[in-house]
Design a protein around this ligand. Structure first.
Ligand code: R5P
Length: 291
């Protein structure tokens, strides 16, 4: 039965407290729908506005990558230390516990394997499946300047249309061809194009010259890609520089799961990203956690 209404006198309407209208914490995301903002809050920590994403989606084009041969054994123990997990639906369903409460960033493009031309991708997940899995974002590779550029950009725009309809943000991953220059000019172009075409956040590589112009000219958050395995101190230094130069977090794979002690490395990266810890201090932390 509904409560008997005794009139205004019996209730507290806090007439002297103005209604709050808090701005959303994430760059370029203030005008998004509640569902999209809620999902972004499962990826980016609202306390710092940053994220430590663990990328383990490599198998979608290269099979059992070194360090990912047994996700249940090697990756599941790392989950408490990451803000979000970038993963394929196959690995998600078979090996990731559904009790994982942070963001799932679903690999939503694919097609060719390492045996073919990698840039010839399609959208590889149906909208129903995106909803059924309860994912926090959809990741799509964007090959700006590649041989299938228009198709790849079209994958992004189609996914943005689907994501906007469902309230699921889209994560554009800038993919650079082997022969292309990895400079600020290229990354400014690629990241800005992704944001202009509707990506809600963008993954790109750190570059020593001009990275701050890449983050400045991109109206949505930029997350630094990890790339090939580096010595731990170098990887921590790269993450520190990227954050100092405007990145909103990192999405690292091999530099975590191919580290000698992945859990120690992931915790050190967290300190760099969320607490702006100096690389040398983070490396000392890594060594002490490594034991
Ligand atoms: C990049 O193109 C793919 O999404 C990878 O599978 C992955 O995310 C890369 O991670 P990392 O370069 O840090 O190993």
């Amino acid at each position: 039965m509904p409560e008997v209404d005794h009139g205004k006198e019996a209730k507290e309407f806090h007439l002297d407290v103005p209604a709050r209208n808090r701005p959303f914490f994430l760059k370029g995301s203030g005008a998004l729908d509640w569902g999209t903002q809620n999902r972004l809050s499962r990826i980016f920590d609202p306390a710092t506005g940053r994220t430590v994403m663990l990328a383990i989606d490599h198998g979608y084009f290269q099979g059992p990558t070194t360090g990912l041969e047994r996700v249940d054994v090697n990756i599941v123990p790392l989950l408490p230390h990451c803000d979000a997990l970038m993963v394929t639906r196959g690995v998600l369903r078979t090996m990731i516990p559904p009790t994982f409460a942070r963001g799932i960033v679903l690999r939503a493009s694919g097609g060719p394997t390492v045996l073919r031309e990698l840039s010839d991708e399609e959208i590889a997940v149906d909208p129903d499946e995106m909803c059924r899995l309860g994912v926090a974002a959809l990741a799509v590779q964007v090959f700006v300047g590649g041989p299938f550029e228009t198709k790849s950009v079209h994958n992004l725009t189609r996914l943005v249309d689907i994501g906007n309809r469902l309230g699921i943000p889209v994560f554009a991953v800038t993919a650079v061809g082997k022969d292309m220059a990895r400079d600020a000019k290229y990354f400014r172009l690629a990241c800005r194009v992704c944001a202009e075409l509707g990506a809600h956040f963008v993954k790109t590589y750190y570059i020593p010259e001009g990275f701050e112009t890449v983050t400045a000219s991109c109206p949505v958050p930029i997350v630094m890609a990890g790339g090939k395995k580096l010595p731990e101190l170098e990887a921590l230094t790269m993450a520190h520089k990227a954050i100092a130069e405007g990145a909103s977090g990192v999405d690292m794979g091999r530099n975590i799961f191919q580290s000698e002690v992945p859990a120690a490395m992931l915790q050190a990266v967290r300190k760099v990203v969320h607490e702006t810890m100096k690389p040398r201090d983070a490396f000392d932390l890594y060594k002490s956690l490594r034991g």
